[in-house]
Design a protein around this ligand. Structure first.
Ligand code: SAH
Ligand code: SF4
Length: 376
């Protein structure tokens, strides 16, 4: 007979405030201890039990026996401190994920008052296989757990706190805007994502406003409707990239399952239920979806129908894939065509694409390097 190895205890950050209070009661502890623990985890963002210095040692030992608390491990960081920075994390099973820290950039999902936006991952790899994307190149490995999703925020802040020029007691948090646009399809890991987002949003947790959290999806229709029915006002962005089935079928396999008609209906439902504007993301791919005479019109129609704004993103080249970004003038002309029809449009043309490249690429590069190193 084989005896299964005991499974590790749950990570404490997978619990809600109510869950934690209930567990502490079972451990014969006073409920007010929950507040102290949550404060250490989410306000002080400590990464060990020993750092929770106002808790009696016996309680810390009980907590350590009942729960895991394993922070993300920083493997690699790219980018200067006042620019966009990429963080590559190793998970406890050795898998790697990325987060991207973007300084205040009002034209990109944020407002002038935003301090930093963090782009976070929800899966290791991605099963959706959009033809242009680095995240899906090696397929899907696994879903991130709630604590792995939310620790990306805490770990970046911990890293920032550890820098020599960090303030002694930070007056405000580094990150006050989140975009769920890293590796993976967030809607395919819906329950874990919601659990993480509720902790990131809660006053007892990280305290980031729901309106400061944008979830991006390639178009998983049933989950868009489910999100519309949630009580929170999270923002929604649709990775459209084509406003006809012809274009979307070519570059996004998800469109075969949920064609534009279904996607548009789900967006209608979301807008109606939430009374909130959605964003349509549109990567400009040379020769595929960037002809103002052909591709702008259906996009204008869709944006007008949904009263959505459009975020145009010139494609970031992915090594090994055949797609190219159009010339800058062509991108500008496409944007102007939308603006002439009063569609609110942003076009990102900033420099520094090597760092700024979409999520999934640093992981891919590092995994390739590690494979080469271990082979030699
Ligand atoms: N799976 C979700 C969220 C992660 S992808 C989604 O698809 O929406 C985040 C965004 O980056 C998506 O709009 C995606 O289409 C875009 N993206 C992927 N690869 C890109 C690249 N090489 N250049 C520019 N944007 C890219
Ligand atoms: Fe997955 Fe989004 Fe990349 Fe498509 S664009 S493969 S859904 S991460």
């Amino acid at each position: 007979m084989t005896i299964a190895a005991p499974s590790p205890p749950p990570d404490i950050r997978s619990l809600t405030e109510a869950d934690l209070e209930a567990r502490l009661r079972q451990l014969d502890e006073k409920p007010y201890r929950a507040k102290q623990v949550l404060d250490w985890l989410y306000k002080q963002r400590v990464a060990s039990w020993d750092a929770m210095t106002n808790l009696p040692k016996a309680l810390r030992e009980k907590l350590a026996a009942a729960f895991s608390l394993r922070p993300l491990e920083l493997v690699r960081r790219q980018g200067a401190r006042d620019t966009t920075q990429k963080f590559l994390w190793k998970l406890t099973d050795g898998a790697m994920i990325e987060s991207v820290l973007i300084p205040a950039n009002p034209s990109l999902y944020g407002e002038a008052s935003d301090r930093h936006t963090l782009c976070i991952s929800t899966q290791v790899g991605c099963a959706y296989g959009c033809r242009f994307c680095a995240s899906g190149l090696d397929g899907w490995k696994r879903n991130l757990k709630p604590e792995e999703i939310l620790d990306q925020v805490l770990a970046v802040e911990r890293w920032n706190d550890s820098q020599p020029d960090a303030a002694e007691t930070p007056a405000e948090r580094l990150i006050n805007n989140l975009v769920i646009m890293g590796m993976g399809e967030p809607m395919a890991n819906y329950d874990n994502l919601m659990r993480a987002l509720r902790t990131l949003n809660a006053p007892w947790g990280v305290g980031i406003g729901a309106r400061k959290i944008t979830i991006s999806t390639s178009g998983v229709v049933p989950r868009i409707k489910q999100l519309a029915d949630e009580p929170e006002q999270f923002r929604l962005a649709i990775s459209l990239h084509g406003a006809t089935d012809e274009v979307r079928d070519k570059i996004m396999p998800v469109n075969r399952k949920y064609p534009l008609k279904d996607l548009t209906e789900a967006c209608d439902y979301y807008v109606e239920k939430k009374g909130r504007m959605i964003t349509l993301e549109y990567i400009l791919l040379d020769g595929i979806n960037d002809d103002p005479a052909i591709h702008a019109e259906p996009l204008i129609e869709l944006a007008q129908r949904l009263q959505a704004k459009v975020n145009l993103i010139p494609y970031n080249k992915v090594e090994g894939l055949p797609w190219e970004r159009p010339q800058e003038e062509r991108c500008i002309r496409f944007a102007d065509t939308l603006r002439e029809k009063d569609v609110t449009t942003t076009l990102r043309l900033e420099k520094g694409h090597d760092i700024d490249a979409a999520c999934g690429q640093l992981r891919l590069k590092t995994e390739k390097e590690l494979a080469t190193n271990s082979a030699s």
